[in-house]
Design a protein around this ligand. Structure first.
Ligand code: AHR
Length: 506
C-alpha cells in the first residue's frame, strides 16, 4: 500500500454535542403529511396518525432533536389553529410551499407526541414575522406551564394535563428573508423583545435561538452579538437569546432555477458539490470568529439549523414540494459536514439537516403509491456516525498534505476526516471525495493505541447510485476489510467515492 497522507490524532478535545445530529421537519411538501403523519384512518401502521416505520428508523439514529414547524412556514404559523378537535381546526394556505391548503391536523399535540415517540427533544420555531409577542408568549405557557393558568387550563382541556419539557426555542426564522425581510438592526430589537416574554415556567428552561445569518453575512451575526453582549450571557435566565442560528445550503448550478439534478450528474458537478459542501467550514469558522470577539468564553451557541443539498425537484413532482432523490454524493456531503461540525464543537452546539423526510436532503423517502419507506445514503452516514454523539472530539493534524484537485479556480481537498472518543472507544470517520481514485491514509494516534478494530464502508459502483422501493439497498453500509492496525498506527484504504468508519478499543 502506498500511503498518500499521514495524519496525527490527539486523544483529547471538546465534547461533540449530540444536537449536532439534529433534524428539521417543516410543513412543506410531503415531509409532515405523508412523511411523518398519515392520519388516524391510515392503513399504514401508526400511533395517533404518526407513521411507526419512520419513527423506528429515526430512533435507530438516536435522533436528538427535531425542529418544527419551519422554516419559512414558522413565520406564518399560528399555533392556536393547530389545537383542539381536528375537524374544528381552521384551514390555511401554505403560501411558501406549493400554495396548497393546510388543514392543521398536525399541530402542537401531534408534534410533541412525535417527539415522545422518537425520544427526541422538540425544537420549536416561533412566529416573529407575522405573529405577536403575546401569541408566542402564550405558546410557551401552553407548552411548559404546570398547574393553574389560562394556557395550562386550555392545554388540559385539549387532553394534556402535564406540561411538556421544551428547551429549544427559535425566535423566528430567516428574518432577513421569508421571516419578515428585516434588517439586522430591526430584527435584533425584535429578538430581544420576543425573547424577553418567552418565560421560563416552573423548572423548564428555554434555550432561545435568534434567527441568524444567511451564509457569509457576518455583519448579521455581529449585530446580534452586539445586542446581547452587555446583557451578560452567563445569566441564562435573563438573556433574551442564548444562541444564534446560521443557514447554509449546498447549492450549485448556474442559477436558482437550474440547480442541477439530484441523480443525473457527472464528475464536474460532483466536485462542484463537494467544494460547496466543504465551504461550510469557512462559514462556521467565520461566524465563530465574530462571536469570539464579543463572547470569548463561548457561552453563546452557534446553531446551523438548516443545512444540506438543494437540487432541482424530481421531474413530474410539485416544484413547491422540494422532493429530491438522494445519492452517494449526498452521503459525502453529509460526512464532510460532520467532520466540520466535530472540528468546531467548541462553538457549534446544534445542527439540523433539511429535512428529515421527503424534502431536500432527506434521511427517509416514502413512496406515495406503494407507501414503501426507503432509507437514503444520507441516513446511513447518520447511522455510521452515531457514536460521535456526546463523544470527545479529537484533534487531527496533518503530517503530510492530503490529496487535492482543482475545481474551477479553487482547490478541493479530496480526503476528509474526523475522530472522537467515548467510553473507551475510538471512532474515526473518513471520506474519499475523489470520483475516480482510491486513497490510502495512515493515522498515528498520539497518546494511545487501538485494538479490536472494526470498519464499515458506504460506497457503490457510481456516485449517482441511490435507493428506491424496488432496490432499497444499492447504497448501504457493509463491513470493510481495508483497515490494518500496527503499533498505534491505523492504515485505512478508501476506495473512490467512499465513506468509512473505523471503531476500536482504546
Ligand atoms: O428548508 C427549506 C427552506 O429553506 C426553509 O423553509 C427556509 O428556512 C429556507 O430558506
Amino acid at each position: 500500500m502506498t500511503i498518500e497522507a499521514v495524519l496525527n490524532v490527539d486523544l483529547d478535545g471538546p465534547r461533540i454535542n449530540r444536537h449536532l445530529y439534529g433534524h428539521f421537519a417543516e410543513h412543506l411538501g410531503r415531509c409532515i403529511y405523508g412523511g411523518f403523519y398519515v392520519g388516524e384512518d391510515s392503513g399504514i401502521p401508526h400511533e395517533g396518525g404518526i407513521r411507526l416505520d419512520v419513527v423506528d428508523a429515526l430512533r435507530a439514529l438516536s435522533i436528538p432533536n427535531l425542529r418544527w414547524p419551519g422554516g419559512c412556514f414558522a413565520d406564518e404559523y399560528h399555533w392556536r389553529d393547530g389545537i383542539g378537535p381536528k375537524d374544528e381546526r381552521p384551514v390555511m394556505v401554505n403560501t411558501h410551499w406549493g400554495d396548497v391548503e393546510e388543514n392543521n391536523h398536525f399541530g402542537t399535540h401531534e408534534f410533541l407526541a412525535l417527539c415522545e415517540l422518537l425520544g427526541a427533544e422538540p425544537y420549536i420555531s416561533g412566529n416573529v414575522g407575522s405573529g405577536t409577542v403575546r401569541e408566542m408568549s402564550d405558546w410557551v405557557e401552553y407548552l411548559t406551564r404546570a398547574g393553574d393558568s389560562p394556557m395550562a387550563r386550555l392545554r388540559a382541556a385539549n387532553g394534556r394535563a402535564e406540561p411538556w419539557r421544551v428547551r429549544f426555542w427559535g425566535l423566528g426564522n430567516e428574518a432577513w428573508g421569508c421571516g419578515g425581510n428585516m434588517t439586522a438592526e430591526h430584527y435584533a430589537q425584535e429578538a430581544r423583545r420576543y425573547g424577553t416574554y418567552c418565560r421560563d415556567h416552573g423548572d423548564n428552561r428555554l434555550y432561545k435561538i435568534a434567527a441568524g445569518a444567511n451564509g457569509a453575512d457576518y455583519a448579521w451575526t455581529e449585530t446580534l452579538m452586539k445586542q446581547i453582549g452587555h446583557l451578560g450571557c452567563q445569566h441564562i435566565g435573563s438573556t433574551p437569546y442564548h444562541a444564534l442560528s446560521l443557514h447554509y445550503y449546498t447549492i450549485t448550478g448556474p442559477s436558482w432555477d437550474a440547480k442541477g439534478s439530484a441523480t443525473d450528474f457527472g464528475a464536474d458537478e460532483h466536485y462542484a458539490t463537494m467544494l460547496a459542501a466543504a465551504r461550510v467550514e469557512e462559514l462556521v469558522a467565520g461566524h465563530a470568529a465574530v462571536m469570539d470577539c464579543y463572547d470569548p468564553s463561548k457561552s453563546v451557541g452557534l446553531v446551523l439549523d438548516e443545512w444540506g443539498t438543494w437540487f432541482d425537484v424530481e421531474p413530474g413532482t410539485h416544484p413547491g414540494f422540494l422532493y429530491q432523490q438522494n445519492t452517494l454524493r449526498d452521503a459525502l456531503v453529509a460526512s464532510v459536514h460532520f467532520d466540520v461540525f466535530h472540528r468546531h464543537a467548541d462553538r457549534l452546539v446544534m445542527a439540523n439537516i433539511a429535512q428529515t423526510v421527503n424534502v431536500l436532503q432527506a434521511m427517509i423517502l416514502t413512496d406515495p403509491d406503494s407507501n414503501a419507506m426507503v432509507l437514503t445514503p444520507t441516513y446511513h452516514v447518520f447511522a455510521m456516525n452515531r457514536g460521535h454523539q456526546d463523544a470527545t472530539a479529537l484533534r487531527v493534524d496533518l503530517r503530510t498534505p492530503l490529496p487535492v484537485r482543482p475545481v474551477g479556480d479553487a482547490t478541493l481537498t479530496t480526503v476528509s476526516m474526523s475522530a472522537s472518543r467515548k467510553d473507551g472507544r475510538l471512532l474515526v470517520s473518513l471520506s474519499n471525495l475523489g470520483a475516480e481514485a482510491a486513497a490510502d491514509v495512515e493515522i498515528e494516534l498520539r497518546g494511545g493505541a487501538v485494538t479490536a478494530v472494526d470498519a464499515r464502508i458506504l460506497t457503490s459502483g457510481a456516485l449517482p447510485d441511490h435507493n428506491t422501493p424496488q432496490a432499497p439497498s444499492v447504497v448501504a453500509p457493509r463491513a470493510h476489510d481495508g483497515v490494518t492496525v500496527d503499533a498505534g498506527r491505523l492504515r485505512v484504504h478508501l476506495p473512490a467515492h467512499s465513506f468509512v468508519t473505523v471503531t476500536g478499543a482504546l
